[in-house]
Design a protein around this ligand. Sequence first.
Ligand code: IDP
Ligand code: MG
Length: 197
Amino acid sequence: MVLLQRGGVKRILQHFYSGNHGNTKSLLPAADGAAGRRRNSTAVPDVRERTLIAVKPDGVQRRLVGQIMQRFEQRGFKLVGLKMLQVSDDLLSQHYCELRTKPFYPSLLHYMTSGPVVAMVWEGHKVVQTSRTMVGHTNPAEALAGTVRGDFSFHVSRNVVHASDSPEGAQREIQLWFQRKELLNWDCCDQTITCEL
Ligand code: IDP
Ligand code: MG
């Protein structure tokens, strides 16, 4: 067995964090050189991507909140915002501004204000794209089994959950639904296990 001196271990860690190790690129920011200190969060911004997920009134009424949250936790994403609210018409009209001219818009507003919604912000590598895959097709009749909509719904008018559709859209929606102080920056203790090789 080879015993590594302290300096040697440090050099090897720096080598790995800097990405100079073939195909095994770290998803976390570069090390700052001091053991135990927080790493520079600007090196790989991708792990800080955020998305808005909301359990719609039908999902809350059907007590699906726990199962839906569990899927995001299980996937390894980090919860950074969570609240239950009765959504206002004003918030919804901004949230769904692109759908204002659709024939189903009035019934969509009625549906979304029919009871409480549980809104969440999840953070992680490619969380927007991955969440859309996990949530499934807008129309549950087209959604694959294994997706939230594919497992818990069958009609587009009651599709259980919302997920932002792009990083830009997510940013806009998060600002709409959450105040800055309602979002927490915290270190997940399993981060190096889920994000690094
Ligand atoms: P998305 O939720 O998958 O992003 P969007 O096209 O953005 O889908 O539509 C927003 C929401 O409007 C849907 O999740 C669904 O609740 C509702 N919606 C979309 N299309 C229809 C429809 O044809 N009939 C009724 N409701 C619809
Ligand atoms: Mg949408």
